[in-house]
Design a binder for this molecule. Sequence first.
Ligand code: PGA
Length: 249
Amino acid sequence: MTAPRPLIAGNWKMNGLELALDEARAVAAAVDARPPAARVALCPPATLVHRMAEALGGACVEVGGQDCRAEASGAFTGDIAAEMLADAGATLVILGHSERRAGYGESDALVAAKAQAALRAGLEPIVCVGETLAEREAGRTLSVVAGQVRGSLPAELAGKAFAVAYEPVWAIGTGLTPSLMQIEEVHVAIRGELTGMFGAYGAGVPILYGGSVKPSNAVEILAIPDVGGALVGGASLKAADFLGIVEAA
Ligand code: PGA
């Protein structure tokens, strides 16, 4: 099986008003002018998904959501369904980000239900896993991450487009990153889980790294075997920084 193109996805989190679409347009212009080796996606806040999809219509930059509800519709004030994201022009959705797991108590089972909803809506889920600093210091990184992978990925993902993002919680937004060996160790463990769950198909599922990825460390991180792309937070807000990472892939 040929390896899929790496995926570089930007997670804008709760950042971005209309004006920020200029950054997305700048990313799209550069990507279209010089097609990179990687697939490129931006995941803006829900309010910008439709406008970004329209602004980038026809460009080689995909648009994603940052979360969705497991249910398709109903009395869930403030929530957004996977089908709504797809209807707004999204093709991907980030699920189980540590800020959702920690801030909203999202369990592996809930993340798995959201992944099923994403599949029903035709969205490609990017399912996030990662250990806290306390878990790493207790030597539990591999067991925690393996458990999250097993619990958060429903069997229905077999044969479908999806990615896993390894994001150590302590590396997100902190400027800290694991050593290259530590990243590789966890990615190898995730690969083992994926092939255990999905057989040969699991060997080709992209495993992204996320957590303080920036242009200055992207080349070495993306060169690690089994790192199939990056999920980028802060450095995705400015086109120049994000493009520096895209070009590193
Ligand atoms: P960061 O965030 O790049 O700002 O560390 C990554 C993420 O939370 O996806």
